[in-house]
Design a protein around this ligand. Structure first.
Ligand code: SF4
Length: 479
């Protein structure tokens, strides 16, 4: 039980109020009746996209900027974490990874020739997965050689890599860190997830707390900006343990801390074990109320220690420390070129996603095709909703950006919805921006869903109360 001896009473009181706000927003219809969480990562929402042929994907495409974000996907993982909803590849040999790298290199050439460029002018880069560092140092060197040779880095603002602590340890870990640093990587997002060995075991992670602490200090020692991620609300996380873990994160003195709410509902083609383990919350060990309370307590502790939310879920002491890649494509709506299995390419008016099937991926590349499986050219309606929901999810919308991309004013298209959010203390507006309030930031995913077309909402109509913020009511655009 959290009490005032463990946590500052103001933090406890604010957390209590946030739980009250959560219920108020359920009553207002913004949040589904059960309070279930579904993250808003892109629009159209990441469920199943329609099939898209590689041949037609770029028809009529007109480039509008000379640089783009770049994402490279490495699908390999050592184990399947119980909370993970991504289709990763397990049990691969060194040889399998070499084959993947061969195809990744070819895919880059195929895509770049379709885009008509000999090098990609990168704005921000993210290596993600899977586990991008689950390749040998020699393979990593080989990857960076062919990858950086195809990049023009003159306009690049940040080069990030996601990693698990385990792969930064020992001699090989140090080698990987050196190779990444020499290649220009400056920010590491380390998937710590929990500072508790029993919880890490329940998560089926392949590292322990001591590994995480060693990996963080190695990465800091070698000059990387370090981001660490914690999952809030994992079954078994008692309030006292959660507070201990947040305090441990603070003691690490990293540049950024991300607090994720546990995702139980699947998002794409793969359903994580967490869904069946907890039977869609039929047997929850931590209620949604408790998740909200614990997340609010964490935010209070972070703020008390000088960390502030610079982007939705990202807390840092310095405003400049956050994921530029996420901010660029999600907030700024800049183009993103994705390479690798299951990666996404997001362009101003269209998007595609590569196949999640390794055999299909290889076959497409061997026949000289981009390995696209699904995607769409956005309709006008999707374009309008994407360009308000994603920047707001990221924290704010620059009105000029919306006008430049859509040719319309956000107020003219979504005036009633904007006013409703303002009336409920979730949004504020000035001449240039629409910005989420502190309360709005806490429920940024649900606010993004407030702008979704009903066909793309993650929950059915009867899952919401009939309040003024029900996303099914008045969903039509006004322009
Ligand atoms: S969470 Fe990361 S490391 Fe774990 S299975 Fe998913 S992609 Fe792999």
């Amino acid at each position: 039980m959290l009490n005032e001896e463990i946590v500052d009473p103001t933090i406890l009181e604010n957390a209590r109020r946030t739980v009250g706000d959560f219920h108020h927003l359920i009553d207002s219809g913004l949040i589904n009746k059960d309070g279930e969480f579904f993250p808003s990562l892109m629009y159209p929402t990441m469920m199943q996209y329609p099939p898209m042929k590689a041949e037609g994907f770029l028809d009529g495409y007109v480039p509008h900027e000379d640089s783009s974000c770049v994402y490279v996907h490495f699908p390999f993982c050592m184990m399947r974490c119980a909370f993970c909803h991504f289709p990763n590849v397990l049990g691969s040999t060194e040889g399998d990874k070499d084959v993947y790298l061969d195809h990744l290199e070819k895919e880059m050439d195929i895509s770049m020739s379709r885009f008509g460029v000999s090098r990609v002018k990168a704005r921000s880069i993210l290596l993600g997965g899977g586990t991008p560092t689950f390749i040998s140092p020699a393979q990593m060197k080989r990857f960076f050689n062919f990858f950086t040779a195809r990049m023009d880095m003159t306009a690049m603002t940040q080069f990030s890599c996601d990693t698990s602590p385990f792969f930064l340890l020992g001699y090989e870990g140090r080698e990987r860190l050196k190779i990444m640093r020499d290649a220009g990587v400056r920010r590491l997002a380390i998937g710590v997830q929990a500072f508790s060995d029993p919880i890490l075991k329940k998560m089926a992670r392949h590292h322990n707390t001591a590994d995480s602490l060693r990996a963080i200090s190695m990465a800091k020692e070698m000059g990387f900006k370090v981001n660490l991620e914690l999952i809030c609300g994992y079954p078994g996380e008692t309030p006292e343990l959660w507070v201990d873990m947040v305090r441990q994160a603070l003691r690490c003195e990293v540049d950024e801390i991300i607090i994720y709410r546990l995702k139980i509902l699947p998002m794409g083609v793969h359903t994580g074990a967490i869904y069946s383990l907890f039977d869609s919350r039929g047997n929850p060990l931590i209620t949604n109320d408790e998740q909200i309370r614990l997340k609010a307590v964490a935010i209070g502790l972070l703020e008390q220690n000088g960390y502030h939310e610079t982007m939705s879920r990202f807390f840092s002491k310095t405003p400049a420390d956050y994921s530029y890649y996420m901010s660029d494509w999600m907030g700024g709506q800049h183009d993103n070129l994705g390479f690798g299995l299951y990666s996404m390419t997001m362009l101003r008016d269209r998007f595609s996603q590569n196949t999640p099937d390794l055999k299909e991926y290889y076959a497409a590349i061997e026949s000289g095709k981009m390995p696209i499986k699904t995607g769409a050219i956005r309709t006008r309606d999707q374009q309008l909703r994407r360009n308000i929901s994603m920047p707001l999810k990221n924290m704010h919308l620059l009105k000029k950006q919306f006008r430049d991309i859509t040719g319309a004013d956000p107020g003219a298209v979504f005036g009633k919805k904007i006013q409703l959010l303002k009336d409920h203390g979730l949004l504020q507006e000035d001449a240039e921006y629409l910005k989420l309030t502190k309360l709005g930031r806490f429920f940024a995913d649900e606010i993004a869903q407030f702008f979704c077309h009903p066909d793309l909402l993650p929950f059915k109509k009867d899952k919401y109360k009939d309040g003024p913020l029900n996303p099914y009511v008045g969903y039509e655009t006004e322009a």
